[in-house]
Design a binder for this molecule. Structure first.
Ligand code: SF4
Length: 191
């Protein structure tokens, strides 16, 4: 029995690597793939774009392949020092984030007390969000504490991000929230 205790990430890398090597062996390919050979195996005729898996703080690098402007494949980037071409099962399913008949592409809104969802156009939804943010800020902004110390905080707004918000988006989100005086800012992932 292997006495080495594997980390979760190490175990995932080994499993993914073993799976890929097994597939190559069946195909009769050289079992010592280099980064250059792996690049050559990519989808011919496609455009490639570097990206990052949105699911967790590991931040594995990916390559997105497109043909005629449509995503046809997403895989781990072999050039990445983080994941070296591997992806865990969640990351390996990123393709389905975009290409999925069950993906919700409309803004859905359920009114307070409502029992069903309404479909809104994006402009209407964004106006509603902006109006609510302004109202909450106007009603809860505190310039000074009771003993006269400067505070300048919006205590009625909390910002909670999600895993699909990348580093750049989080930077902008924080600047916006700080500008509004929001201090309760959190995000699930930290990529
Ligand atoms: S969820 Fe994504 S970033 Fe996290 S380990 Fe899996 S592939 Fe990497």
């Amino acid at each position: 029995m292997d006495s080495v205790v594997l980390s979760r990430r190490g175990l995932l890398r080994r499993a993914a690597g073993a799976s890929a090597l097994g597939t190559l062996a069946v195909l009769g390919a050289d079992l010592r793939p280099t980064a250059a050979r792996a690049q050559a195996l990519r989808i011919r005729g496609s455009k490639t774009y570097p990206s990052v898996c949105p699911y967790c703080a590991v931040g594995c690098d990916t390559v997105v392949h497109t043909v005629d402007g449509r995503i046809v494949n997403v895989e781990g980037d072999v050039r990445s020092p983080i994941n070296r071409g591997t992806l865990c099962p969640k990351g390996a399913a990123i393709y389905q984030l975009h290409v999925n008949p069950n993906r919700v592409t409309d803004v859905l809104y359920r009114r307070p007390g409502g029992t069903s969802w309404e479909t809104l156009d994006l402009e209407t939804a964004m106006d509603m969000v902006a109006e609510r943010v302004k109202k909450a800020r106007d009603e809860t902004f505190v310039e000074r504490t009771e003993d006269g110390k400067t505070l300048m905080q919006s205590l009625g707004i909390y910002s909670l991000g999600g895993a699909t918000m990348d580093n750049e988006w989080n930077h902008l989100q924080q600047k916006l929230m700080r500008g509004l005086g929001v201090v309760a800012i959190e995000n699930q992932a930290r990529i």
